[in-house]
Ligand binder design. Structure first.
Ligand code: DC
Length: 226
């Protein structure tokens, strides 16, 4: 016995756009050797693929047809899981671009789209195990409520809209986060909301290191830094 807990751990981090999820999840993945899974990038990749195929979110039949032909696999890139569609990773510049920013919440609101990604997201735990990670840190909107309601740790990050807009602008990104949050919070299926029992953290007045410190303090009794 080494005294170091080696059990597999699932950490869910939910929150709105620019609430601090990605920075925190990436830092935790480094510190605790966890697979970082950014599920927003999955919805973005799928949206880019739909747009590439000329499929509109309002055309339910075309969406269903496109989903039926999807083949999703995962490539490990450092400590991150990247989604491959038909063996191809959609480039970052495309999934963070204006068109995808505008469309992603419309596709993400469609139950067949969410269903198509449900098992794929849960399977990331198996991907992490088979690659020797100590666990998964998965970020999104419905991770602690739908994907892993029994996750070992569930966090919900939030911040004032003005502060979140400032963060996106400082990253040089044009992103109508208020509109996306409105759509993500008001949709019928798996809306953005703090899951019951999750730890809610207001990041408005915290810098990234302070957010990570708070999360890591909660995880520390279970995970010791390697
Ligand atoms: O995290 P992000 O801003 O990159 O996510 C892009 C969009 O994907 C977001 O506006 C809503 C959707 N999304 C979702 O519906 N469920 C998730 N688990 C993750 C993202």
């Amino acid at each position: 016995m080494t005294g170091i807990p080696q059990d597999f751990v699932i950490i869910a981090i939910d929150g709105g756009a620019a609430s601090g999820k990605s920075t925190s999840a990436r830092a935790l993945s480094e510190r605790f050797h966890l697979l970082h899974v950014d599920t927003g990038s999955f919805y973005r990749g799928l949206t880019a693929e739909m747009l590439r195929c000329g499929v509109a979110a309002g055309d339910a039949n075309a969406v269903d047809r496109a989903l039926a032909t999807l083949s999703l696999t995962t490539r490990i890139d450092g400590r991150s899981a990247r989604m491959e569609i038909g063996g191809r990773i959609v480039p970052e510049a495309e999934i963070r671009g204006r068109e995808v920013n505008e469309q992603v919440s419309h596709f993400a609101a469609l139950p067949p789209v969410r269903q198509a990604l449900l098992a794929y997201q849960r399977d990331q735990a198996g991907v992490a195990r088979s690659h020797g990670f100590r666990g998964v840190v998965m970020e999104g909107r419905d991770i602690g409520s739908v994907i892993f309601p029994d996750a070992d740790f569930r966090f919900f990050l939030h911040a004032d809209p003005a502060e979140r807009a400032r963060r996106r602008a400082s990253e040089g990104q044009q992103d109508s986060i208020a509109e996306r949050d409105r759509l993500d919070s008001s949709r019928k299926t798996a809306p953005l909301a703090c899951p019951v029992g999750a730890t809610s953290i207001d990041t408005t007045h915290l810098n990234p290191a302070q957010v990570v410190a708070q999360l890591a303090a909660t995880l520390a009794p279970r995970l010791t830094s390697p």
